[in-house]
Design a protein around this ligand. Sequence first.
Ligand SMILES: C[S@@+](CC[C@H](N)C(=O)[O-])C[C@H]1O[C@@H](n2cnc3c(N)ncnc32)[C@H](O)[C@@H]1O
Length: 482
Amino acid sequence: MRYLPLFADLAGRRCLVIGGTETAARKIRLLLKAGAIPLVLADTVTEEIAAAADRQELLIENRRFTPMDLTDVSLVVVANASESESEAQISETAIDEAEAKAISIAARRAGIPVNVVDRPDLCSVIFPGIIDRDPILVAVASAGNSPVLVRRLREKIEAALPSRIGRLASFAGRFRSAVARAVTAPSARRAFWERVLDGPIGSRVLRGDEPAATEAMLRLINAPHPSAPPLGNVALVGAGPGDPDLLTLRALRLLQEADVVVHDALIGDGVLDLVRRDAARIDVGKRKGDHRSSQAEINQLLADQAKAGQRVVRLKGGDPFLFGRGGEEMDFLRAHGIDVEVVPGITAALGAAAASGIPLTHRHHASAVTFITGHGGSEGADSLDDTLLGNANHTVAVYMGLSVAGQVAARAIAAGRAGSTPVAVIDRATHTDQQVLHGTLSDLGALVERAALTGPALLIIGEVAAVAGLMPVAAPLRRAAG
Ligand SMILES: C[S@@+](CC[C@H](N)C(=O)[O-])C[C@H]1O[C@@H](n2cnc3c(N)ncnc32)[C@H](O)[C@@H]1O
């Protein structure tokens, strides 16, 4: 290990910055965040540095460095090496190689940490890539070897860390001494904290419900004999239309933390591949005519697993609250006192629209869009509202409409929609075998029959269906003739 990572407390400390370039401004931004008081030696500074001086957050002096400047300084940053030609031109007092070296040597002799931008050989300390979820800080460094790789790694860690992880750390900090008093044995206390952070209380903080988390925490601590809290909870997670890249970051994190994943048949292998390897997977997929688990059985299964202390992810195609019976599952679980988190997903209509290049609304063709089901089977028994179906200048996205496509079209025409209205059928949207069929409303039933699609498929009725093809298409697709 070439460098020892340490976190410096610079609050209220003087730091010397030599240079007023964009590079210097980036370092100064960090110093100010850490509460330091920078003294900037430069003849020209960026607007950002000047504005900070106006706010009296730092001092600017237009002169060269002298060893006296090191008095009472906690860090020296030499940042007038310019990263761009234009920056180099505006700085008249740009220091040369020999001067940078002299400053580095003087600082080291005085025992002051020094960083010379882009000169690892002149540095006693380096600035790492930082992921700042205050008070959680993650620092990444390559010992100066590859700043680009550091940036890549930082992006990956940023994506993997929950955005409210800092709030969770602060939350734990607030209760630290109270827990230490209530749970005295160190091993029991560690188990207690693991359960708090991994269980429903931690989930509540991460999804922004701190009042509920605080209430639960106080109940636990004030119990006569506080012990490790129960772990079990259920997350109703939207898996999106199929392409695993369309999962939300939170969905991905929960899949990687889950003990049990209960999923339905629409979930593709690409998404299931992201589930934690040793998590149990339970397929409760319901295909038409092959009801493997009733809704009541699924509800009970989720409740039983959570009560047994498992972190359960109920993975549902698209969005859990759109024609997915997610509402019923949530009600059942909450009625049984189980903590439920809901993570939205990209619903099939949005996935299908993007992947086929069909805008659901369009300034010239549709000012509204309605999502309906062709079947009453899931939710919305009679969602074939004739007024909606007949409305021109309006897009209708039909879920579960494959087997009733002809009937839906007939009702739309009877309600006043022109038989020549463009339609599209998007089969297995965002999957690699996606198909998009185009036709007209009067032809919809025959179009679907001829194609003998496997589904799941979405019907789009409205002028926008003819806009496809003019639009850039997000997913690779095989376009069948309509
Ligand atoms: C029970 S609903 C579930 C909808 C889901 N909750 C959502 O938000 O997309 C199932 C219907 O969604 C549509 N669907 C789901 N995934 C699809 C996909 N990849 N391509 C086209 N349609 C899809 C089909 O109409 C299918 O019959």
